[in-house]
Write a protein that binds this ligand. Structure first.
Ligand code: COA
Length: 564
């Protein structure tokens, strides 16, 4: 039921935002001078700060190692085969030609690393949000150096997540298709279930019906399932010689009929542009295809604000009073090393200004308003355990932001273990807390405004649901590299199991499985971001979320029925 309420509410947010007249949009927001959060680092914080900093530096090193691993894609041989034998551009070079600039938001770059079936760099497919002809678009681009761009279970999950990002934020979606279809040895985990391969095509239709434009570029093979992505997109470009679309390739034709055909004859760009009509634009080479795609995006008929207005907005943004580098010493290496959440807020908010809400009540949760790169947001930040009063306050504040159409930012650092029930007083406290947390969860689930979650420390137990964890469907969820994600934190499982070997094993497993990189490898989030980059990432996300107001509103509830 909550989901229905939430969907209705989301619809309301989307439509009311988009229907706003341009005059209303041009009206100035009231001036604000929120109080400045004076939160310098004090000598008393030194010990905790230094411990956190050492841990952050170690995490940073791991982050850089994984980044390098991902950058190498499928390895040297595969890169040579891709560029020299197959004469194709590498996926990052393709993005360079497609996007306005290199300042794009890559989603889950570490997805696919450390999986039971091996390391699949970038999950075989890069996803993210970048500007094309001035418009923020989601891109989903296969990396054919990783096993011919075939889809592993994690690839499918990553594609579906990128489509969900496009749906939730109403962003046009561009597919660069270069894929051998399903990775056959794992077909049972790719093909049959609801959120598996077929869902990508289902989403394409649903997105079109929602007026979320989709464009595809065939810049490699599109075999089997891969063939439906370009044929279901609203507009498709195909590159001569390197692009092919067919359900079964030449070897299959030979086996079935004995006939020998070349890939080009069977499903090349000329055939599909001139005979089958499966594609709409023929490009002689890759660069031409991306130029063509940029032109297509410029016909999507969004009315973006003038550049002058953008420049004015950028000029009005004030940096925080404290260096973002100081966040490295605030990123808790464990829950016990958490410093006041306001210290983090003061290093993220414009001019470190914050209008706190209910400052004297439920102090283990900090709530209030700030601007981040010019965008007004409601911030909800853990500052201790999510106790009864804190959860009630959270519930109130979330509803307040929903009422005022203000996006929510959750800074999550939840307690490592649930409170034990050792006495009747404790039982009563726990029951009250349970009720208040339930109420906060309902408020978060049903809030129609965009939500962004950054796990800055712990993501443990039920508190993490109320703080808009993955199951609560935030528009974006990022982790700092020091973050820990697990039901119970390492070292806190003693109340769950009797002492002995099992407990040690569990602790060991928790240590490994709760790391931010383990989580990101499995795509439980949208990526690990560095603390010092958080303000920039949040600014981009808020710009991205806002773009939907520039799409001209029209009623349309049917997908385009294409190429029939
Ligand atoms: N499942 C599993 N592995 C696959 C695969 C698939 N569907 N398609 C390709 N691979 C693997 C290859 O075995 C090879 O692995 P290796 O590097 O360990 O040797 C790697 O991907 C690259 O394939 P290769 O054929 O050497 O590269 P290529 O650039 O010449 O061709 C394809 C790439 C995708 C065009 C070609 O491999 C192909 O047509 N594959 C079959 C596609 C298909 O029929 N899919 C049906 C899915 S339902």
């Amino acid at each position: 039921m909550f989901l229905c309420v939430r969907r209705l509410a989301e619809k309301h947010w989307n439509s009311s935002f988009r229907c706003m007249s341009s005059t209303a949009r041009k009206r100035r927001a009231p001036r604000c001078a929120f109080p400045v959060l004076e939160q310098p680092l004090q000598p008393i914080h030194q010990h905790v700060h230094d411990g956190n900093l050492r841990n952050s530096n170690a995490c940073h090193q791991k982050y850089m190692e994984l980044k390098e691993k991902v950058r190498r894609g499928g390895g040297e041989n595969a890169v040579t085969r891709h560029t020299q034998r197959n004469k194709k551009l590498l996926v990052r070079d393709r993005l360079r030609l497609l996007l306005d600039d290199e300042d794009f938001l890559e989603l889950s770059p570490f997805a696919g690393l450390g999986l039971p079936y091996g390391d699949i760099p970038s999950a075989g497919c890069l996803t993210g949000i970048g500007r094309i002809s001035g418009l923020w678009c989601v891109f989903i681009a296969n990396d054919a150096t990783v096993k011919g761009g075939t889809a592993y279970p994690i690839t499918v999950k990553k594609q579906l997540r990128a489509q969900r990002v496009a749906i939730q934020n109403r962003l046009p979606c561009v597919y660069l298709v270069d894929s051998g279809g399903a990775f056959l040895p794992l077909q049972s985990e790719i093909f049959p279930d609801k959120n598996q391969g077929g869902r990508t095509f289902y989403n394409e239709a649903i997105m079109s019906a929602m007026k979320i434009p989709q464009v595809s570029v065939v810049c490699g093979s599109c075999t089997a399932g891969g063939a439906y992505i370009p044929t279901m997109a609203e507009e498709t470009v195909m590159v001569h010689w390197i692009g092919t679309i067919f359900l079964g390739g030449p070897p299959l034709v030979k086996a079935a009929t004995g006939e020998e055909v070349t890939p080009e004859e069977l499903g090349g760009a000329r055939l599909h542009a001139e005979v089958s009509g499966c594609v709409d634009h023929f490009a002689r080479e890759e660069k031409e295809a991306y130029d063509c795609t940029r032109n297509i995006v410029s016909t999507l008929n969004f009315q973006l604000p003038d550049e002058e207005e953008e420049v004015k907005k950028a000029g009005a943004e004030e940096e925080p009073l404290y260096s973002s580098e100081e966040l490295l010493g605030l990123a808790p290496r464990s829950y016990n090393y958490s410093l006041d959440a306001k210290m983090v807020i003061s290093r993220l908010a414009d001019a470190s200004r914050f209008q706190e809400f209910k400052a004297c009540y439920g102090k283990t949760l900090v709530t209030g308003f700030a601007r981040i790169r010019g965008h007004l947001v409601g911030i909800v930040a853990n500052n201790g355990e999510l106790l009864y009063q804190a959860a009630l306050k959270g519930s109130h504040f979330v509803q307040l932001c929903d009422q005022r159409d203000i996006p929510l930012l959750f800074l999550q650092n939840t307690a490592p273990a649930a409170a034990a029930t050792l006495s009747t007083t404790q039982a009563e406290m726990n029951s009250n807390r349970l009720k208040a947390q339930g109420s906060m969860m309902s408020a978060v689930a049903c809030a129609s405004v965009p939500k962004i979650t950054v796990v800055i420390g712990g993501c443990h137990g039920a508190d993490s649901y109320a703080m808009c964890g993955r199951a609560f469907d935030p528009n974006f969820l990022f982790l700092w590299p020091n973050a820990r994600v697990s039901m119970v934190a390492p070292g806190h499982s003693s109340s769950l199991l009797p002492p002995g070997g099992e407990q040690d094993d569990l602790n060991e497993a928790l240590k490994e499985e709760s790391s931010a990189f383990f989580s990101s490898g499995r795509l439980w989030d949208d990526g690990v971001i560095l603390p010092q980059d958080t303000r920039k990432v949040l600014g981009n996300c808020l710009d991205i979320i806002k773009q939907q107001q520039y799409q001209l509103p029209t009623e349309k509830r049917r997908p385009m029925l294409l190429r029939v």
